[in-house]
Design a protein around this ligand. Structure first.
Ligand code: EPZ
Length: 419
């Protein structure tokens, strides 16, 4: 089984360009099929979740080409409206194709995404909103059989009880070609949602925001193809910043928007980092010899501290001066990386959604295994800061969301190789 081998405690220094955002490209790929035309997407990260989405597109009858971070999707000849189990299970977030398939053909058949490494992943908010729009959904044996009535989906007012990212995206994808106006309140406000709606507007969708948590969509007859550049990945940026902290490094991150990481910047400054934004979307971070601990980190929906950054930032706190408290408010089982961090010598206690991290002077290398995407990133960060050799398995998780992570880290001075 492939593993990453890291000789830790080497300072990271240098400049990197941040990859395109995984959580932006995935809903945009699904949105492309609604256009039944050719879409060209730039800054598309080479990650396994994108390749899994391309497999779904090809199964549906789309042609695709993906070179040098540009993905071209032609959905003129889309034939199918079902996604088989084996493709759905490759990527949990493939449920995002539901709204798009309904907009394309009024029908969709796909399996429930099922739970995953972060705990149960219900889709009740997705389905409740779609039913309000008139979608007939039959669930049996884990399969969703969906079809609209003869007149198609109709716009309506939907209020989300929780600002779910996936539910917001699915309802937007279903509403763009529905009959009439759809108003969705309490939507997720993540930058990736804005990127999706910017893409859809370029395709001819009629979308506007009413304040920052209500979206108004006028259904149109059809969409057309377009060209779009995906925003950069704020979670990847925070991951590399955390890697700088554990190695007392100095990094320049190019192609990152300050707004998208606004809730994380104070965390790094509290740790003792000096952060400078220059030329609008470049960031310089100078890290102290040993970070101070972050007293309390609560994960919240955007613009709060992102749950996806919890594990990477926990890693940097394992060697901080002081104690930090993490409160994971979004997912019920997002501390799987803790057991592995303990193997590296971290001092962490978990009680329900709270994790207490007592900083130690140094971690020491060990064999560890990743069990989810951001937990994998946390183990890489910990290995970079640890004395000695760390080997990490479970790279299938890491490769879901990070493009060429070992090449990038090596370019900054890390001794890391995939064997
Ligand atoms: C998206 O997942 C992201 N994935 C996740 O990133 C991210 O952690 C999450 O949003 C929160 O920001 C993609 O964009 C592909 P949610 P999603 O619906 O849409 C509950 C990563 O590491 N909920 O906002 O699944 C749910 O159980 C991944 O890049 C319901 O109860 O997140 C969870 O507790 C991990 N019913 C909370 O809401 C629903 O119908 C947040 O889920 C939907 C969600």
């Amino acid at each position: 089984m492939p593993e990453l081998v890291i000789e830790g405690a080497r300072r990271l220094d240098g400049e990197i360009k941040i990859q395109g955002a995984k959580n932006s490209i995935l809903p945009i790929i699904a949105a492309c099929i609604i256009s039944r035309d050719e879409c060209t997407i730039h800054n598309c990260p080479k990650i396994s979740d994108v390749y899994a989405s391309i497999k779904i597109l090809n199964y549906l009858g789309c042609t695709t080409s993906f070179e040098n971070n540009t993905l071209v999707i032609n959905s003129r000849n889309i034939l199918k409206n079902n996604i088989p189990d084996f493709l759905m299970r490759e990527m949990r977030s493939s449920i995002i194709f539901l709204g798009a398939l309904i907009s394309v053909s009024g029908q969709a058949k796909l399996c429930l995404p099922g739970g995953c490494e972060l705990g149960p992943r219900p889709i009740d908010l997705h389905l409740d909103g779609l039913r309000q729009m008139g979608l007939i959904i039959n669930e049996s044996h884990g399969i969703l059989n969906c079809e609209t009535c003869i007149s198609g989906l109709r716009g309506c007012n939907i209020s989300l009880s929780f600002p779910s990212v996936g539910a917001t995206e699915n309802l937007i994808l279903a509403a763009v070609c529905a009959h009439g106006e759809t108003i969705i309140t309490n939507i997720a406000k993540e930058p990736e949602i804005i990127d999706l709606t910017n893409f859809l507007i370029k395709c001819g969708a009629k979308i506007k925001y009413n304040g920052d948590s209500t979206i108004v969509i006028q259904g149109v007859k059809k969409l057309h193809g377009t060209e779009h550049t995906v925003i950069s990945d704020r979670i990847a940026a925070i991951t590399y910043m955390s890697a700088g902290v554990v190695t007392s490094g100095n990094l320049i991150l190019k192609n990152i928007s300050e707004d998208s990481i606004s809730s994380a910047i104070p965390i790094f400054e509290e740790s003792g980092c000096i952060i400078k934004i220059f030329d609008k979307n470049n960031l310089k971070i100078e890290c102290p010899s040993r970070p101070y601990s972050n007293r309390i980190i609560r994960t919240m929906p955007y613009p709060g501290f992102p749950t996806d950054a919890q594990a990477p930032v926990m890693s940097m706190n394992t060697i901080a001066d002081g104690t930090s408290m993490f409160i994971e408010n979004i997912f019920s089982n997002r501390y799987k990386h803790v057991d592995e961090l303990l193997r590296l010598g971290a001092d962490i206690k978990v009680e329900g959604k709270v994790a207490l991290v007592n900083g130690v002077k140094r971690l020491s290398g060990a064999k560890v295994c990743a069990r989810d995407l951001r937990g994998a990133a946390a183990l890489v960060i910990a290995g970079l800061g640890a004395e000695g050799t760390t080997s990490i398995t479970g790279l299938n998780y890491l490769d879901r969301g990070y493009e060429n992570i070992e090449t990038i880290l090596s370019s900054l001075g890390a001794k890391i190789k995939r064997i």
